[in-house]
Design a protein around this ligand. Structure first.
Ligand code: GDP
Length: 463
């Protein structure tokens, strides 16, 4: 594969050089940093729950909260006040003005949690994929109201789909917030019923029992979020954690800091001064100011001139971080969502055709050769075609049941070849779990999750 030559003046730098191994150890006073996403069916109460949590944690000032209450009352929707905490942040973030809310980042005694992709009312799966692909852990909000839980949970409901997506995107730890418990009078039998059904399903979806926990809450009333339970109907039978205490119990995740640098670009914009800014997640490795990186698939060099996280400048970033990177030395049209900033000595592969192992979910029509799909991984979505059905596998043992099947039915497992319209930066699942895992969507549904096992054709250069 093509590796561009090193320019002669590459090593000269005006920036202070840090020993990143040492810096990583010192970081944030030893607190665990976790990226968390909130998922669930539309109207399950995701925004309200998170808005109220941030409010109780003191991340939203009284004045701002008062403003949301007044405005929502005026519109006759006073129950939306907490949800607006998040919606407004999102909008203001886009416009780049000062935010009433400090950040969608909060601290617990042992953790620093970055809330990803703060959910608004518009529940839009591709956005959800972007957020979830970057998450380490998730809160799945389900609505306990009679009939509503069932709607979200049926096939077609987003509860199932979000949980499946989260698991296949690499989220392994999950808190299920059984929300709106006020609407069922904090009924223990109802709670147990939801826990049992969700528990069974999540196990099937590949979550370990020990990595899933359940919490009865009311996002609207603010019950069982941060403060000890006051609601007599709940305290009668519930002795467990609050939502915050459960968040505190998330296990730290190991980050691939020692591996070659990979920053997956989700957005590019022109900032002030020279160069421009890319937003992305560091999936492995580390980088510091002044470093030179290779941008793929363009296969061109760029120099890191600025780094920031949560709007604060920093000298370096590590695997697991979400950051803005100011780069110079490469034409802005050669970088876009899906580009990867790489370690120059070992850039990613850019493939136009891969071989992958997939698990099909609910398919309306069987998958045949020539089936068109949208290939999703991290923040990238790329039109693709299933070019070849290589073999059908036994779902539990992985053994080949049939070579060259004519078609694949729902819930089956198979090895297929997929071809993209444009080169896609990928890595094999065995080398990098983040870049080696993907999702296929078709007709507005997630139809399969997969692991990249081989690269059939490659191509670099900007397209
Ligand atoms: P999202 O679409 O999942 O983000 O849901 P929202 O947070 O926008 O909430 C949807 C609706 O449910 C709003 O009218 C909320 O006020 C209401 N809601 C949210 N949480 C609760 C709760 O705990 N109890 C009750 N009764 N209503 C809630």
């Amino acid at each position: 594969r093509y590796i561009p030559p090193l320019p002669k003046s590459a090593s000269k730098s005006k920036y202070e050089k840090f020993d990143l191994k040492e810096e990583y150890k010192k970081r944030e006073g030893g607190k665990d940093m976790l990226n968390m996403v909130v998922i669930g069916h539309v109207d399950a109460g995701k925004s309200t729950l998170m808005g109220h949590l941030l409010f109780q944690l003191g991340n939203v000032n009284q004045r701002a909260m008062h403003k949301y209450e007044q405005e929502s009352k005026k519109l006759g929707k006073s129950s939306f006040a907490y949800a607006w905490v998040l919606d407004e942040t999102e909008e203001e973030r886009v416009r780049g003005v000062t935010m009433d809310i400090a950040q969608t980042k909060f601290e617990t005694p042992q953790k620093i949690i970055t809330l990803l992709d703060a959910p608004g009312h518009k529940d839009f799966i591709p956005n959800m994929i972007t957020g979830t692909a970057q998450a380490d852990v998730a809160i799945l909000v389900v609505n306990s109201t009679k009939g509503e839980f069932e709607t979200g949970f049926e096939s077609g409901g987003q509860t199932r789909e979000h949980a499946l997506l989260a698991r296949s995107l690499g989220v392994s730890q999950l808190i299920v917030a059984v929300n709106k418990m006020d609407t069922v009078k904090w009924d223990k039998a109802r709670y147990d019923d939801v826990v049992r059904k969700m528990g069974q399903f999540l196990k099937q979806a590949g979550f370990k029992d020990s990595d899933v926990s359940f919490i009865p809450v009311s996002g609207l009333g603010g019950e069982n979020l941060v403060k000890p339970v006051k609601e007599p109907q709940l305290s009668e039978w519930y002795r467990g954690c609050t939502l915050l205490e459960q968040i505190e119990k998330f296990k730290p995740v190991t980050r691939a800091v020692e591996k070659p640098l990979r920053i997956i670009v989700s957005d590019v914009f022109k900032g002030m001064g020279s160069g421009y800014t890319v937003t992305g997640k560091v999936v492995s490795g580390s980088v510091q100011l002044g470093d030179r990186v290779t941008v793929m698939p363009a296969a061109e060099y760029a120099v890191v001139k600025g780094l920031s996280m949560n709007d604060e400048g920093c000298n370096y970033v590590f695997a697991g971080d979400h950051c803005n990177v100011v780069i110079t030395g490469i034409d802005i049209t050669h970088v876009g969502p899906g580009s990867v900033l790489c370690d120059s000595t070992s850039p990613v592969t850019c493939a136009t055709r891969i071989q992958a192992r997939i698990v099909l979910f609910n398919l309306e029509i069987p998958m045949t050769r020539g089936f068109t799909v949208i290939f999703h991984y991290q923040c990238v979505s790329e039109p693709a075609i299933v070019k070849k059905l290589v073999s059908q596998l036994n779902k539990s043992t992985g053994e080949v049941i049939k070579n060259k099947p004519k078609c694949l039915m729902k819930n089956s497992s198979a090895v297929v070849e997929i071809e993209f319209d444009h080169p896609v930066c990928i890595e094999l699942y065995k080398d990098n779990k983040d870049l080696g895992r993907f999702m296929l969507r078709s007709g507005g549904h997630t139809i399969a999750a997969g692991l990249i096992e081989g690269v059939m054709k490659t191509k670099t250069g900007y397209v």
